[in-house]
Ligand binder design. Structure first.
Ligand code: SF4
Length: 362
Protein backbone atom coordinates (compact mmCIF):
# COMPACT_ATOMS: atom_id res chain seq x y z
CA UNK A 1 0.00 0.00 0.00
CA UNK A 2 2.81 2.42 0.98
CA UNK A 3 4.25 1.89 -2.62
CA UNK A 4 1.04 3.10 -4.33
CA UNK A 5 1.29 6.77 -3.16
CA UNK A 6 4.50 7.75 -5.04
CA UNK A 7 3.37 5.83 -8.18
CA UNK A 8 0.09 7.76 -8.28
CA UNK A 9 1.99 11.01 -7.75
CA UNK A 10 4.43 10.18 -10.56
CA UNK A 11 1.51 9.33 -12.88
CA UNK A 12 -0.05 12.76 -12.25
CA UNK A 13 3.22 14.49 -12.84
CA UNK A 14 3.73 12.65 -16.16
CA UNK A 15 0.24 13.46 -17.35
CA UNK A 16 0.72 17.17 -16.52
CA UNK A 17 4.06 17.17 -18.38
CA UNK A 18 2.48 15.47 -21.44
CA UNK A 19 -0.24 18.14 -21.49
CA UNK A 20 2.41 20.88 -21.47
CA UNK A 21 4.31 19.12 -24.27
CA UNK A 22 1.22 18.72 -26.44
CA UNK A 23 0.34 22.39 -25.85
CA UNK A 24 3.85 23.44 -26.88
CA UNK A 25 3.71 21.20 -30.00
CA UNK A 26 0.33 22.54 -31.08
CA UNK A 27 1.63 26.11 -30.83
CA UNK A 28 4.76 25.21 -32.83
CA UNK A 29 3.03 23.43 -35.73
CA UNK A 30 1.80 26.60 -37.51
CA UNK A 31 5.33 28.02 -37.30
CA UNK A 32 7.01 24.96 -38.89
CA UNK A 33 7.04 26.14 -42.58
CA UNK A 34 8.61 29.47 -41.61
CA UNK A 35 11.22 27.76 -39.45
CA UNK A 36 12.09 25.31 -42.22
CA UNK A 37 12.48 28.20 -44.76
CA UNK A 38 14.73 30.10 -42.32
CA UNK A 39 17.01 27.06 -41.88
CA UNK A 40 17.14 26.50 -45.64
CA UNK A 41 18.00 30.16 -46.31
CA UNK A 42 20.81 30.06 -43.76
CA UNK A 43 22.14 26.88 -45.44
CA UNK A 44 22.00 28.41 -48.93
CA UNK A 45 23.74 31.58 -47.78
CA UNK A 46 26.46 29.54 -46.13
CA UNK A 47 26.77 27.46 -49.35
CA UNK A 48 27.00 30.61 -51.45
CA UNK A 49 29.62 32.10 -49.19
CA UNK A 50 31.67 28.90 -49.38
CA UNK A 51 31.30 28.79 -53.19
CA UNK A 52 32.28 32.48 -53.44
CA UNK A 53 35.37 31.88 -51.29
CA UNK A 54 36.31 28.85 -53.43
CA UNK A 55 35.94 30.85 -56.66
CA UNK A 56 37.98 33.75 -55.27
CA UNK A 57 40.79 31.34 -54.31
CA UNK A 58 40.70 29.76 -57.79
CA UNK A 59 40.77 33.15 -59.53
CA UNK A 60 43.68 34.26 -57.34
CA UNK A 61 45.53 31.04 -58.13
CA UNK A 62 44.87 31.50 -61.87
CA UNK A 63 46.10 35.09 -61.66
CA UNK A 64 49.20 34.06 -59.77
CA UNK A 65 49.88 31.28 -62.26
CA UNK A 66 49.38 33.82 -65.04
CA UNK A 67 51.98 36.11 -63.49
CA UNK A 68 54.45 33.29 -62.96
CA UNK A 69 54.01 31.78 -66.39
CA UNK A 70 54.80 34.16 -69.22
CA UNK A 71 52.47 33.90 -72.21
CA UNK A 72 53.96 31.83 -75.02
CA UNK A 73 53.68 33.57 -78.40
CA UNK A 74 52.67 30.32 -80.12
CA UNK A 75 51.03 32.03 -83.08
CA UNK A 76 51.92 35.60 -84.04
CA UNK A 77 50.46 37.97 -86.63
CA UNK A 78 53.09 40.39 -87.86
CA UNK A 79 51.56 43.38 -89.66
CA UNK A 80 54.88 44.65 -90.99
CA UNK A 81 53.33 47.31 -93.21
CA UNK A 82 50.21 49.46 -93.02
CA UNK A 83 50.27 50.46 -96.68
CA UNK A 84 47.63 48.97 -98.94
CA UNK A 85 46.37 49.39 -102.49
CA UNK A 86 42.73 48.80 -101.42
CA UNK A 87 40.50 51.02 -99.34
CA UNK A 88 38.06 48.69 -97.60
CA UNK A 89 35.62 50.78 -95.60
CA UNK A 90 35.92 48.61 -92.49
CA UNK A 91 39.73 48.12 -92.58
CA UNK A 92 41.01 47.88 -88.99
CA UNK A 93 44.72 48.21 -89.74
CA UNK A 94 44.83 51.39 -91.78
CA UNK A 95 47.74 53.19 -93.45
CA UNK A 96 48.63 55.51 -90.56
CA UNK A 97 52.38 55.25 -91.27
CA UNK A 98 54.56 54.02 -94.10
CA UNK A 99 57.24 52.63 -91.78
CA UNK A 100 58.70 49.19 -92.47
CA UNK A 101 61.58 47.76 -90.40
CA UNK A 102 64.89 47.13 -92.15
CA UNK A 103 65.01 43.46 -93.17
CA UNK A 104 67.75 42.46 -90.73
CA UNK A 105 65.90 44.06 -87.79
CA UNK A 106 62.71 42.20 -88.71
CA UNK A 107 64.71 38.96 -88.85
CA UNK A 108 66.18 39.70 -85.40
CA UNK A 109 62.68 40.17 -83.98
CA UNK A 110 61.47 36.94 -85.58
CA UNK A 111 64.41 35.08 -84.03
CA UNK A 112 63.47 36.49 -80.60
CA UNK A 113 59.91 35.24 -81.09
CA UNK A 114 61.12 31.80 -82.13
CA UNK A 115 63.29 31.63 -78.99
CA UNK A 116 60.20 32.56 -76.92
CA UNK A 117 58.22 29.62 -78.34
CA UNK A 118 56.65 30.86 -81.59
CA UNK A 119 55.49 28.03 -83.88
CA UNK A 120 53.39 29.93 -86.38
CA UNK A 121 54.02 33.29 -88.00
CA UNK A 122 51.45 35.02 -90.16
CA UNK A 123 52.54 37.99 -92.29
CA UNK A 124 49.88 40.57 -92.86
CA UNK A 125 49.34 44.26 -93.44
CA UNK A 126 48.17 46.51 -95.02
CA UNK A 127 48.97 44.54 -98.11
CA UNK A 128 52.15 42.48 -97.53
CA UNK A 129 52.94 42.08 -101.25
CA UNK A 130 53.09 45.85 -101.78
CA UNK A 131 56.46 46.61 -100.17
CA UNK A 132 59.40 45.96 -102.52
CA UNK A 133 57.01 44.06 -104.85
CA UNK A 134 56.78 41.13 -102.45
CA UNK A 135 60.55 40.58 -102.23
CA UNK A 136 60.77 41.77 -98.60
CA UNK A 137 57.92 39.40 -97.71
CA UNK A 138 59.48 36.53 -99.68
CA UNK A 139 62.79 36.93 -97.84
CA UNK A 140 61.04 36.85 -94.44
CA UNK A 141 59.00 33.79 -95.44
CA UNK A 142 62.17 31.97 -96.56
CA UNK A 143 64.04 33.00 -93.39
CA UNK A 144 61.23 31.71 -91.13
CA UNK A 145 60.96 28.33 -92.85
CA UNK A 146 64.56 27.72 -93.86
CA UNK A 147 66.55 29.18 -90.97
CA UNK A 148 64.09 29.34 -88.07
CA UNK A 149 62.43 26.08 -89.16
CA UNK A 150 59.01 27.26 -88.02
CA UNK A 151 56.29 24.61 -88.41
CA UNK A 152 53.95 27.14 -90.01
CA UNK A 153 54.49 30.23 -92.17
CA UNK A 154 51.43 31.92 -93.60
CA UNK A 155 50.34 35.15 -95.32
CA UNK A 156 47.06 37.09 -95.42
CA UNK A 157 46.77 39.17 -98.57
CA UNK A 158 44.12 40.77 -100.75
CA UNK A 159 45.74 38.81 -103.60
CA UNK A 160 45.79 41.62 -106.14
CA UNK A 161 49.59 41.97 -106.38
CA UNK A 162 50.75 38.36 -106.30
CA UNK A 163 52.59 37.14 -109.40
CA UNK A 164 53.46 33.58 -110.41
CA UNK A 165 57.17 34.34 -110.20
CA UNK A 166 56.72 34.93 -106.45
CA UNK A 167 55.43 31.36 -106.07
CA UNK A 168 58.40 30.12 -108.13
CA UNK A 169 60.88 31.83 -105.79
CA UNK A 170 59.21 31.44 -102.41
CA UNK A 171 56.21 29.06 -102.70
CA UNK A 172 58.12 26.12 -101.23
CA UNK A 173 58.69 28.02 -97.95
CA UNK A 174 55.05 28.99 -97.50
CA UNK A 175 52.52 26.75 -95.71
CA UNK A 176 49.28 28.72 -96.09
CA UNK A 177 48.13 31.62 -98.26
CA UNK A 178 44.91 33.28 -97.08
CA UNK A 179 43.16 35.58 -99.52
CA UNK A 180 40.58 38.13 -98.42
CA UNK A 181 37.37 37.82 -100.39
CA UNK A 182 34.16 39.37 -99.13
CA UNK A 183 31.97 38.87 -102.15
CA UNK A 184 31.67 37.03 -105.46
CA UNK A 185 29.74 39.96 -106.87
CA UNK A 186 32.17 42.51 -108.29
CA UNK A 187 29.72 45.36 -107.64
CA UNK A 188 29.66 44.49 -103.92
CA UNK A 189 33.46 44.43 -103.88
CA UNK A 190 33.45 47.93 -105.35
CA UNK A 191 30.99 49.08 -102.65
CA UNK A 192 33.22 47.59 -99.93
CA UNK A 193 36.32 49.27 -101.33
CA UNK A 194 38.03 46.30 -102.95
CA UNK A 195 37.45 47.54 -106.48
CA UNK A 196 40.55 47.36 -108.68
CA UNK A 197 39.49 49.26 -111.80
CA UNK A 198 39.56 46.86 -114.71
CA UNK A 199 40.92 43.95 -112.68
CA UNK A 200 38.36 41.47 -111.39
CA UNK A 201 38.92 40.39 -107.78
CA UNK A 202 36.97 37.16 -108.23
CA UNK A 203 38.82 36.02 -111.39
CA UNK A 204 42.07 36.80 -109.62
CA UNK A 205 41.02 34.55 -106.76
CA UNK A 206 40.52 31.61 -109.11
CA UNK A 207 43.98 32.15 -110.59
CA UNK A 208 45.56 32.22 -107.12
CA UNK A 209 43.76 28.99 -106.25
CA UNK A 210 45.41 27.33 -109.29
CA UNK A 211 48.86 28.59 -108.33
CA UNK A 212 48.45 27.33 -104.77
CA UNK A 213 47.66 23.90 -106.20
CA UNK A 214 50.62 24.03 -108.63
CA UNK A 215 53.12 25.21 -106.01
CA UNK A 216 51.74 23.14 -103.12
CA UNK A 217 50.62 25.93 -100.83
CA UNK A 218 47.49 25.42 -98.70
CA UNK A 219 44.76 27.86 -99.75
CA UNK A 220 42.54 29.73 -97.31
CA UNK A 221 39.82 32.37 -97.74
CA UNK A 222 38.98 35.13 -95.25
CA UNK A 223 35.66 36.98 -95.49
CA UNK A 224 34.43 39.92 -93.43
CA UNK A 225 30.65 39.82 -93.20
CA UNK A 226 29.23 43.32 -93.30
CA UNK A 227 26.15 45.32 -94.35
CA UNK A 228 26.85 44.83 -98.08
CA UNK A 229 27.43 41.06 -98.26
CA UNK A 230 25.39 39.76 -95.33
CA UNK A 231 22.54 38.56 -97.58
CA UNK A 232 24.82 36.85 -100.12
CA UNK A 233 24.80 33.11 -100.75
CA UNK A 234 28.42 32.02 -101.29
CA UNK A 235 27.91 28.25 -100.98
CA UNK A 236 28.56 27.35 -104.60
CA UNK A 237 31.67 29.51 -105.13
CA UNK A 238 33.33 28.51 -101.87
CA UNK A 239 32.73 24.81 -102.54
CA UNK A 240 34.22 25.21 -106.04
CA UNK A 241 37.34 26.91 -104.66
CA UNK A 242 37.62 24.24 -101.95
CA UNK A 243 39.84 26.13 -99.46
CA UNK A 244 41.48 24.45 -96.49
CA UNK A 245 39.65 26.90 -94.20
CA UNK A 246 37.08 29.60 -94.83
CA UNK A 247 37.40 32.12 -92.00
CA UNK A 248 34.25 34.16 -91.67
CA UNK A 249 34.59 37.29 -89.49
CA UNK A 250 31.90 39.59 -88.20
CA UNK A 251 32.77 43.21 -89.06
CA UNK A 252 34.49 44.71 -85.99
CA UNK A 253 34.90 48.29 -84.75
CA UNK A 254 38.36 49.40 -83.55
CA UNK A 255 38.54 52.92 -82.15
CA UNK A 256 41.17 55.04 -83.87
CA UNK A 257 41.39 52.68 -86.90
CA UNK A 258 37.94 52.36 -88.44
CA UNK A 259 35.97 54.49 -86.00
CA UNK A 260 36.36 57.76 -84.10
CA UNK A 261 37.75 61.21 -84.79
CA UNK A 262 41.34 60.27 -85.69
CA UNK A 263 40.37 57.22 -87.71
CA UNK A 264 40.96 56.89 -91.45
CA UNK A 265 37.72 54.92 -91.90
CA UNK A 266 34.13 55.06 -90.71
CA UNK A 267 33.07 51.47 -90.36
CA UNK A 268 29.76 52.09 -88.57
CA UNK A 269 27.76 51.81 -91.79
CA UNK A 270 29.26 48.33 -92.39
CA UNK A 271 28.23 46.88 -89.02
CA UNK A 272 25.76 44.01 -88.72
CA UNK A 273 24.00 42.58 -85.67
CA UNK A 274 24.88 39.25 -84.04
CA UNK A 275 21.57 37.85 -85.35
CA UNK A 276 22.40 38.85 -88.94
CA UNK A 277 25.82 37.22 -88.58
CA UNK A 278 24.17 34.03 -87.25
CA UNK A 279 21.78 33.98 -90.21
CA UNK A 280 24.72 34.23 -92.63
CA UNK A 281 26.43 31.30 -90.87
CA UNK A 282 23.23 29.30 -90.94
CA UNK A 283 22.89 29.83 -94.70
CA UNK A 284 26.38 28.35 -95.13
CA UNK A 285 26.19 25.54 -92.57
CA UNK A 286 26.80 22.92 -95.30
CA UNK A 287 30.31 24.30 -95.95
CA UNK A 288 32.46 22.06 -93.77
CA UNK A 289 35.62 24.23 -93.89
CA UNK A 290 33.78 27.30 -92.51
CA UNK A 291 35.35 28.67 -89.30
CA UNK A 292 33.17 31.45 -87.86
CA UNK A 293 34.58 34.29 -85.83
CA UNK A 294 32.15 36.54 -84.03
CA UNK A 295 33.35 39.80 -82.47
CA UNK A 296 33.34 38.00 -79.14
CA UNK A 297 35.79 35.36 -80.33
CA UNK A 298 37.96 37.74 -82.33
CA UNK A 299 38.48 40.18 -79.50
CA UNK A 300 41.82 39.70 -77.69
CA UNK A 301 42.45 36.24 -79.14
CA UNK A 302 45.14 37.32 -81.62
CA UNK A 303 48.72 38.26 -80.87
CA UNK A 304 49.25 41.24 -83.13
CA UNK A 305 52.64 42.83 -83.81
CA UNK A 306 52.68 46.15 -85.60
CA UNK A 307 55.29 47.56 -88.01
CA UNK A 308 57.61 48.46 -85.07
CA UNK A 309 57.23 44.97 -83.59
CA UNK A 310 55.07 46.25 -80.74
CA UNK A 311 52.21 44.09 -79.47
CA UNK A 312 48.85 45.77 -79.99
CA UNK A 313 46.47 45.53 -77.04
CA UNK A 314 42.82 45.67 -78.20
CA UNK A 315 41.22 45.19 -74.74
CA UNK A 316 39.77 48.70 -74.63
CA UNK A 317 38.32 48.61 -78.13
CA UNK A 318 41.36 50.38 -79.62
CA UNK A 319 44.95 49.37 -80.33
CA UNK A 320 47.33 50.33 -77.51
CA UNK A 321 50.94 49.45 -78.36
CA UNK A 322 53.42 47.81 -75.98
CA UNK A 323 57.13 48.59 -76.20
CA UNK A 324 58.90 46.94 -79.12
CA UNK A 325 60.20 43.42 -78.62
CA UNK A 326 63.40 44.72 -80.25
CA UNK A 327 63.90 47.06 -77.26
CA UNK A 328 62.58 45.13 -74.26
CA UNK A 329 62.40 41.50 -75.43
CA UNK A 330 59.36 39.29 -75.97
CA UNK A 331 58.64 38.36 -72.35
CA UNK A 332 58.41 41.98 -71.22
CA UNK A 333 56.46 43.27 -74.24
CA UNK A 334 53.92 40.45 -74.27
CA UNK A 335 52.72 41.40 -70.77
CA UNK A 336 51.05 44.41 -72.39
CA UNK A 337 49.58 42.52 -75.35
CA UNK A 338 46.13 42.01 -73.76
CA UNK A 339 46.24 38.53 -75.27
CA UNK A 340 43.58 36.06 -74.08
CA UNK A 341 45.23 32.67 -74.47
CA UNK A 342 42.09 30.79 -73.39
CA UNK A 343 39.99 32.48 -76.07
CA UNK A 344 42.76 31.78 -78.62
CA UNK A 345 42.42 28.04 -77.89
CA UNK A 346 38.61 28.27 -77.68
CA UNK A 347 38.32 29.83 -81.13
CA UNK A 348 40.46 26.96 -82.55
CA UNK A 349 43.54 29.16 -82.96
CA UNK A 350 45.74 26.08 -82.78
CA UNK A 351 45.03 23.75 -85.70
CA UNK A 352 47.01 21.65 -88.19
CA UNK A 353 48.92 24.56 -89.65
CA UNK A 354 51.98 23.01 -91.26
CA UNK A 355 51.67 21.82 -94.85
CA UNK A 356 53.93 18.87 -93.93
CA UNK A 357 51.05 17.60 -91.73
CA UNK A 358 48.22 18.45 -94.09
CA UNK A 359 46.82 15.75 -96.32
CA UNK A 360 45.77 17.97 -99.17
CA UNK A 361 44.51 17.29 -102.64
CA UNK A 362 46.89 19.74 -104.26
S1 SF4 B 1 42.78 44.80 -98.24
FE1 SF4 B 1 43.00 44.53 -96.03
S2 SF4 B 1 44.58 45.97 -95.41
FE2 SF4 B 1 43.87 46.59 -97.43
S3 SF4 B 1 42.30 48.12 -97.04
FE3 SF4 B 1 41.29 46.14 -97.26
S4 SF4 B 1 41.11 45.35 -95.17
FE4 SF4 B 1 42.64 47.02 -95.13
Amino acid sequence: MWMLVPIAFAGKLLSAFRMQLSYLWSSLVPLLPSLRAAFQLAGTQRGRQQQGRKEAVETRREEEEGIDQPTTPLSVNYHFTRQCNYKCGFCFHTAKTSFVLPLEEAKRGLLLLKEAGMEKINFSGGEPFLHDRGEYLGKLVKFCKDELQLPSVSIVSNGSLIRERWFKSYGEYLDILAISCDSFDEQVNVLIGRGQGKKNHVENLQKLRRWCRDYRVAFKINSVINRFNVEEDMNEQIKALNPLRWKVFQCLIIEGENSGEDALREAERFLISDEEFERFLDRHKEVSCLVPESNQKMKDSYLILDEYMRFLNCRNGRKDPSKSILDVGVEEAIKFSGFDEKMFLKRGGKYVWSKADLKLDW
